[in-house]
Design a protein around this ligand. Structure first.
Ligand code: HEC
Length: 154
């Protein structure tokens, strides 16, 4: 191997190691159970289990951070994804949404689960997050029920 190539490899190694020092925020904020979707009237425990399993890593305060989330660039990517996911919808902070927002988020969840947008390609990394037809149906039934309860649908 030429000296030049060795120098390039050494430089890349130094950058890689130095990058590990830039730690993204990988925190799980504390959860007040009374504010979670679990505590919400009309949400079944079966649905809560599905949301925990398939959506919880990005849409709750109870993210399970895998070992590779310690390593740059996965740490940056995952922290970014979780941050964006929690901003879009956080099932641990369900009480913070108005009834109208809750209906909209459930309707979008039904739509995204049906189209496969959620949990999307994450299922390749974590196969256990894959949704069955029954799981998707459960999300959509809850969305439909919320509309009926609000008097929007007969
Ligand atoms: C790997 C992380 C990840 C998982 C797992 C995940 N989501 Fe998301 N979700 C996101 C991100 C990031 C956004 C915001 C950006 C976007 O829309 O792509 C989002 C957005 C959303 C939105 C807002 C509307 C929209 O489409 O932008 C809803 C509703 C949603 N997700 C529902 C779910 C449900 C329900 C599940 C479980 C079946 C789930 N997500 C699983 C990362 C995830």
């Amino acid at each position: 191997m030429g000296k030049r190539l060795l120098q390039v490899i050494a430089a890349i190694a130094v950058v890689f190691v130095a990058a590990q020092l830039v730690r993204p925020d990988r925190t799980n904020p504390p959860t007040d159970v009374s504010r979670t979707i679990q505590a919400h009237a009309g949400i079944t425990s079966e649905l809560v289990a599905v949301l925990d399993r398939s959506c919880g890593d990005c849409h709750s305060n109870a993210t399970v951070w895998p070992w590779y989330s310690n390593i740059v660039p996965f740490s940056w990517l995952m922290a970014y994804g979780v941050n964006e996911g929690r901003k879009a919808v956080n099932f641990s902070e369900w009480a913070g949404y108005s009834p109208e927002q809750q209906r909209k988020l459930l309707a979008e969840s039904c739509h995204d689960a049906t189209s496969g947008k959620m949990p999307g390609s994450y299922t390749a990394l974590r196969p256990e997050t894959r949704l069955s037809y029954q799981d998707i149906d459960m999300i959509c039934v809850a969305a439909q029920k919320a509309e009926v309860d609000a008097g929007h649908v007969q």
